[in-house]
Design a protein around this ligand. Structure first.
Ligand SMILES: *Cc1c(COP(=O)(O)O)cnc(C)c1O
Length: 228
């Protein structure tokens, strides 16, 4: 049984994405919507899959691991969008198809040390747009060497950049900055032009600045249950 409202919210966000893409002169085919399902039960992900969702995102390793194992039979792509402890990197790699939060050298090395599966893991380098070093992400000034390290690491496939718009900045300006940083990355790696940016409140602005991967939670899932 699909929860009342879920299909409507999903349709409404899909409509919003289509509108934003049209305004930006973009094709929605170039935009992947990842539904962030953190704190929600496995049943919600099953409902989303029944509604045609193919990409889901989680940000806590313990929770993601259990969900991915339980839903292994569904044709889902698992995106890990939270901070990763280096000592957990190998475990995250075991179920995640894409990691959006590669933000330091130690994590690159830890991911590379995992027994190499058939397919390389897709990686976004996360950029921290705030002055708070405690946030996930590499400082923009330290971005290039980290990008080069990912490019030089077998088993990791660089897709592009990920960022969260800081609270005190207009989202469109923040995303324009990410787009510029992404252009720099493409000088080094023309194939790594993806941009993971845009959440429930700011996905339209992200699309206007070229987002290729939206990470949308509450606008689709409804309010998150309290953190356990
Ligand atoms: C939770 C989360 C999201 C989704 O946030 P909403 O505001 O619910 O859309 C996106 N990105 C990351 C990294 C998250 O942790």
């Amino acid at each position: 049984m699909i929860e009342a409202g879920l299909a409507e919210r999903l349709a409404s966000v899909r409509g919003g994405i289509a509108d934003a893409a049209r305004s930006a002169g973009r094709d929605t085919g170039g935009i992947t919507t990842i539904v962030v399902t953190k704190f929600h039960p496995v049943s919600l992900i099953q409902e989303l899959a029944a509604l045609g969702v193919q990409d889901v995102g989680e940000n806590r390793h313990q929770e993601a691991r259990v969900k991915a194992a339980e839903l292994a039979a569904l044709p889902l792509t698992w995106h890990f969008v939270g901070q990763v402890q280096s000592k957990k990197a190998r475990q995250v790699r075991a179920y995640a198809d894409v990691i959006h939060s590669v933000d330091r050298s130690a994590l690159v090395r830890a991911l590379a040390s995992a027994p190499s599966p058939a397919a390389p893991i897709g990686c976004f380098v996360q950029v921290n747009l705030t002055d708070d070093a405690g946030r996930g992400g590499v400082a923009p000034t330290a971005l290039t060497p980290l990008v080069m390290e990912v490019l030089a690491t077998p088993g990791l496939r660089l897709l592009g950049l990920m960022a969260v718009a800081p609270q005190d900045v207009e989202p469109r300006r923040a995303f324009a900055w990410v787009r510029e940083l992404g252009e720099g990355v493409q000088q080094l790696a023309p194939q790594a032009g993806a941009l993971s940016m845009g959440m429930s409140a700011d996905y339209a602005e992200a699309i206007a600045e070229g987002a290729t991967h939206l990470r949308i939670g509450t606008a689709i899932t409804g309010k998150r249950p309290a953190k356990q």
